[in-house]
Design a protein around this ligand. Structure first.
Ligand code: ADP
Length: 514
């Protein structure tokens, strides 16, 4: 398939072009796709974004249109050049970061998807996962992939397509189908079908990739009846992924950086060393700790994944997710109506001396790591007649820090490492109350990134390193600008009291249901 959408021949306009040109980074997210132009000092010169639709055909099902993702991505690539006046021939390389696990299957001849993209949040394959566990595959999957079997990962989504789309299994066995995560789908189409590849970080989220041997695993492929012929070649995150075809867009640079969004963010935070950890505070929280060359087998419900695949070395990572973080603030705004804007919450929280013994456990859809109790439900504990709006707002803000604390302590226990600091990004990381409270709870500095675009920056770094735009990681570290730093200043007794109250509240969410 070719998409002749744009033929840009812009003259350089309003923005002065600097020394060695620019890097373009694509951030192909779940609800929007973006393109950014970054200069050698990490500054974002221009960006363009476009929302994309998500459909929910049945309860628990999540789908997206692969063609909409592709067309929107190409449109923002054009728009960002148009807005900045930076012609594509001044762009040295293109990097891609993408929503992970989402599964696209397309026809090798026509290039047309045979079904919608099945989103990472989609739970339709829960019964397939149950069958794998019942058949005794849990340990095999954990040992080989570092993952806990779950519908979240791509593998069972591919099987679902083969089992449910008419003629798909026969076509797959005849070598006529191709599977890809969103990176692969974009690369394949942007290169006019010349490159069918993914990178190690994205491959490690499929639940088909052996993170020890760094290859697709035949036992796992047999387990699900997925032919190897429908899997892309797996490459380093920083390296050659081909050229954008001139039928798609003229004079574009090579694609030389690819990583799943959270891994791109880890790289964008410059978490290059073992023990370096980042936490993104968004709708949920995504935490990754670099564990170096060690694949840590978690005893606390965390997963191991490929964190960085650059410069000929693999760094593994422990990953933990929190389902409800910033979404609790949205809940205060949209369901309780007690705040007008998330930005108010820092000041409101700071307006009270302490939490007055009130805790909000946002187990809206169960408890994640390290508790793993899908039947738990949310709870507000410790209300008194004096409790008011500020009490609830503060409890909601504190809940993000407690949950992050729990996951970080689990990472430390699993890895036998003690963290020296936490690097943070995401919209809720701009809440100074939460960040100070986080530093106090953890007893380590919490450091904001200067740029809010760490995911795109990570993709830009990977792409730039491959073409010599930046020389090495050292140069990235030198350029890397930190934002505000929050030093721990909590009284240890207060911290212990806060944590004890939180643990008590968490335990109540569990016994209520049991
Ligand atoms: P995502 O990438 O997950 O969509 P963002 O990083 O944009 O999200 O974060 C959005 C979330 O952060 C929302 O749930 C919002 O309620 C929350 N949020 C935004 N600003 C603040 C703030 N100042 N304090 C607390 N939460 C905030």
């Amino acid at each position: 398939m070719s998409i002749s959408l744009v033929d840009l021949t812009l003259s350089e306009g309003a923005y002065p072009v600097q020394g060695s040109g620019y890097i373009m980074a694509l951030d192909s997210g779940t609800t929007s796709v973006r393109a950014l132009i970054v200069d050698e000092y990490d500054d974002i010169v221009a960006s363009a974004a476009k929302p994309i639709s998500v459909s929910y055909p049945q309860p628990g099902w999540v789908e997206q249109d692969p063609m909409e993702i592709l067309a929107s991505q190409i449109a923002v690539m054009a728009e960002v050049q148009f807005k900045s006046g930076i012609h594509s021939d001044r762009i040295a390389a293109l990097g891609i970061s993408n929503q992970r696990e989402t599964c696209v299957v397309w026809d090798r001849d026509s290039g047309q998807p045979i079904y919608n993209a099945i989103g990472w949040q989609c739970r339709r394959t829960a019964s397939i996962v149950d069958e794998l566990i019942a058949a005794g595959y849990e340990d095999v999957i954990r040992d080989k992939t570092g993952l806990t079997p779950d519908p979240y990962f791509s593998a069972t989504k591919i099987k679902w397509v083969l089992d449910n789309v008419s003629g798909a299994r026969e076509a797959a066995e005849a070598g006529e189908l191709m599977f890809g995560t969103i990176d692969t789908w974009l690369i394949y189409n942007l290169t006019g079908g010349a490159v069918y590849a993914t990178d190690y970080t994205n491959a490690s989220r499929t639940m088909l990739f052996n993170i020890h041997t760094l290859d697709w695993d035949d036992e796992l492929l047999d387990m699900l009846g997925i032919p190897r012929s429908m899997l892309p070649e797996v490459r380093w995150s920083s390296g050659d992924f081909g050229h954008v075809s001139s039928e798609v867009m003229t004079h574009m640079p090579p694609i030389t950086g690819v990583a799943g969004d959270q891994q791109a963010s880890l790289f964008g935070h410059c978490c290059f060393e073992r023990g370096d950890t980042k936490n993104t505070y968004g709708t949920g929280c995504f935490m990754l700790m670099n564990t170096g060359d060690e694949i840590v087998r978690s005893e606390n419900g965390l997963i191991s994944t490929i964190g960085i695949a650059e410069g000929g070395t693999i760094s593994y990572a422990l990953e933990g997710s929190i389902f409800h973080a910033g979404s609790v603030i949205q809940w205060l705004r949209d369901k309780l109506g007690i705040i007008a804007d998330a930005a108010e919450t820092a000041e409101i929280s700071q307006s009270v001396e302490d939490n007055a013994g009130c805790y909000l456990v946002p187990a809206f859809s169960g408890l994640g790591a390290p508790w793993w109790d899908p039947t738990a439900r949310g709870l507000i504990a410790g209300l008194t007649a004096a409790s008011d709006r500020a009490t609830l707002v503060r409890a909601a803000c504190e809940s993000m820090a407690y949950q992050s604390h729990d996951v970080l302590r689990a990472m430390e226990a699993d890895s036998h490492m003690t963290l020296g600091g936490l690097s943070v990004d995401g919209a809720a990381s701009r809440n100074e109350f939460i960040m100070q409270f986080q530093a106090d709870l953890l007893g380590i500095p919490v450091v904001q990134t200067d740029s809010v675009e760490t995911t795109a920056l990570g993709a830009a770094y990977l792409a730039g390193l491959a073409v010599g735009y930046w020389e090495d990681r050292e140069e990235l570290l030198q350029n890397h600008a930190h934002g505000r730093r929050f030093e721990p200043r909590g009284d240890p007794e207060d911290t212990a009291r806060y944590l004890a109250g939180w643990r008590d509240a968490v335990s109540r969410t569990r016994t209520v249901i049991e």
